[in-house]
Design a protein around this ligand. Structure first.
Ligand SMILES: O=C(O)CCC(=O)C(=O)O
Length: 359
């Protein structure tokens, strides 16, 4: 599910890994700057142009069909991957802006956890602190009798109390050991995930129902229910119980993995893309199966249910350059002064919110 997937020598040679290497960003260093090496995108399925052609003359490319249902826009299926559904442009620009704001402000709030918990403890209002140029300072000294790495790790992963505090600006932290200072803006850039609803324990790869958490916000539940409906078993309603928010910056990728920790795979995972365009790889039941590559743009929604739940998938690439990111609609909507911090973030980032029924 997350980047911790160990890539063994054997898996380095699989069809999935080869595709990841094909699309991953590599740089050529010129004297002046790093330039992203061009990549052949001719085999990447583009559901935006598939939709445009379909709306224009009802034509579809081979291997793609439209789900017969009463959803308010076309839902595309891949004949080679039953249970996989792609809804291009499912979210309006307003909805995209709303979920970008929430993903940066209310979602990474304690008691819900983020990747920063293990080192820094819970951090309140990271986005605001970053905006205000705050600096995080290590307050608490580790007890003198703590020596071994495992003891230090145990103390640092005790998320019950913050061991760091934010001071106003670099001036206030003058004279301190710089190894114990971190800019909030750096932590925001390094935010990789936050979990909503039932909390996922990455080290055990399971849901830890005893961890404190907030309920998934009602508006997100309603949206997920509406999006999930076309992929639900007849007569059942999707029950959103957990969500993972993935944050991607330049060069970040999400290695091939399976989402297999939920009990009932007949229920879809609802996966929403926000911000910069990405390449999504949808493989088969083994890593040897050559994956289908497709673009994911801001506002696209993907559903994975049934057999598709058994398919390896990942995100080898996001496009953060102005030409390829395709976020012009967000740029015009985040036009006010108050929205500038969101715009600055999303110009070079992608956010994915995936919502799950666990039981
Ligand atoms: O970022 C995406 O679109 C996919 C996310 C995903 O596969 C996951 O979190 O399990």
């Amino acid at each position: 599910m997350y980047r911790s997937d160990v890539i063994s020598e054997e898996s380095e040679r699989t069809a999935f890994r080869k595709a990841e290497k094909k699309y991953k960003i590599y740089y050529d260093n010129t004297k002046k700057k790093k330039i992203a090496r061009p990549v052949d995108l001719s085999e990447v399925v583009d559901f935006k142009s598939i939709l445009e052609r379909y709306n224009c003359n009802g034509e579809l490319m081979g291997g793609v069909s439209v789900l017969k249902c009463d959803f308010d826009r076309p839902i595309f299926c891949l004949e080679s991957r039953p249970g996989f559904y792609f809804i291009p442009g499912a979210l309006s620009v307003e909805e995209q802006c709303q979920w970008i704001r929430e993903s940066l402000t209310s979602f990474p709030q304690p008691p819900d956890r983020t990747n920063h918990n293990a080192i820094y403890g819970p951090i309140e209002n990271l986005f605001v602190l970053a905006k205000e140029g705050k600096v995080l300072v290590l307050e608490e000294r580790l007890p003198d009798n703590v020596g071994s790495e495992s003891e230090i790790n145990a103390i640092q992963s005790d998320t019950s109390a913050p061991k760091w505090k934010f001071v106003d600006e670099l001036g206030e932290s003058h004279g301190r050991d710089v190894s114990k200072l971190v800019l909030a803006s750096v932590l925001l850039r390094k935010l990789r995930w936050s979990t909503l609803g039932l909390q996922f324990d990455w080290s055990k790869r399971s849901y830890n129902v005893s961890l404190p958490h907030k309920k998934i916000p009602d508006a997100l539940c309603q949206l997920a229910k509406r999006m999930a409906a076309p992929a639900m078993p007849y007569g059942e309603e999707f029950q959103p119980e957990a969500a993972i928010v993935n944050y991607f910056g330049l060069g970040d990728m999400l290695g091939g993995h399976l989402d297999d920790m939920e009990k009932d795979w007949s229920k879809p995972i609802v996966s929403m893309s926000l911000g910069c365009k990405a390449i999504f790889l949808l493989g088969g039941k083994s890593r040897e199966h050559p994956p289908v590559a497709m673009f994911l743009r801001s506002g696209d929604v993907v559903l994975m249910a049934g057999e598709a739940r058994e398919c390896f998938h990942g995100v080898p690439r996001i496009f953060t350059d102005a030409e390829n990111a395709e976020i012009s609609q967000l740029e015009s909507r985040f036009a006010g002064e108050d929205d500038l911090p969101y715009l600055n973030y999303i110009r070079t980032s992608r956010i994915n919110i995936n919502i799950r029924q666990v039981f």
